[in-house]
Structures are given as C-alpha cells and as structure tokens.
Design a binder for this molecule. Sequence first.
Ligand SMILES: [Zn+2]
Length: 201
Amino acid sequence: MSRYDIDVRKVLRTAVWFANATVRSTAQVERRFAQAVRAPAAFMTIPAEHVHAYRGGSAPPGVEPHPHKRGDQGVMGDLLTAAIGFPRLAGPERAALLHRVREKVAAKVHPAPEVIIPKRGPARLGWQTRVDGVEGAMYFAAFVLLSDPRQQRRVGICAFEDCDRFFYAENRGGEQQRHCCPAHSNRDRQRRHRARKASRK
Ligand SMILES: [Zn+2]
C-alpha cells in the first residue's frame, strides 16, 4: 500500500517516459502526466504552440524561450540524474538540491480538502493531493526519489555506451537492472565477451 494517495510508481514511470520521449505535442505530455497523478479537471496546461516549453528548441515569435535548451524534458533528465547521484552527494549539496526541489513541490503540490464518499458508510472529510500541471508532477517525482531510497534505486541510466536513456526497474529484488531494455543488456554482454576474447589474444 502506497504511503501517498498518488500512485508514485505511475508518476515515476511517467517522469522517465518524459525524459526519454520524442515529444509531439503539449497535449501528449499533459495527458500522460494528468493520468499519472489522477489530476482533477483543473490540471494546468499550456497553449499547443508552446510545445518548445516541453521539448526545447526555438520559441514562437514573441514568446520567452525555455531557460533549459531541452525545455522541461531537459529539466526532467537533470532531476533524474541528480536523484540517481543523490546518495553520493556531500551534505551541503544534498541540502541545496532538497531545498530547490522542495520549494517547487510546495508551490505546485497541495493537499486539498475533499469529501470522500465510500462505497459503504457515511461521507467524510479527507485530503487529496492536487498537482498543478506537468511541472508539479515532475518535481513531485524528483521529491519521491530524494525521499524514498527504494524508489531511488529503481531509476537508472542505461549502461550500454551508445544509449543514454533512463529506465525505471519494475522487478523487485533479483539482479540490479542496469539497462533500459533487454536488447541493450544483451548487446552489452556480447560486447564485453568480445572485449575479453580480444584481450586474451
Ligand atoms: Zn539502452
């Protein structure tokens, strides 16, 4: 049972998807994140012509470019990379990263009072997490990774040298996943095997 009313695995899977994705439209990104956080109708969206805010590149005339050259996707990749390296950071760097992520989460993620109507029994007052848009979901994902070592260990960057995709390991226990897909795991194994053979000659 999750400690949150949000399915964090869904949010993390979506964060990894976004960092790797070929973004075609703003709606594509917003739909994925809204589904992941089960956001109510008020999930924040941006105009379709502002797709550069998600995938980077040039902005339409008169529109501010995104501060990151790869847009929010670049920010997501940086956040995942920072979360992967978090356990090895020195104390002050850790504190600075936590502070930065926490400030965003505090601005974009809110507990909202909600009338909970169970299938049986009387209605009662409860709390529901509200996430404001893609940025809120991105930083919420980073916050989960920084605060939950079990989730943190599931996220990685593919070890195959021609690949820099992020992955979210679904299987618990067993061998630590190091690749984005079985194909890259196999190709890496073949490559190491060839390298060993060559070094024996
Ligand atoms: Zn890969």
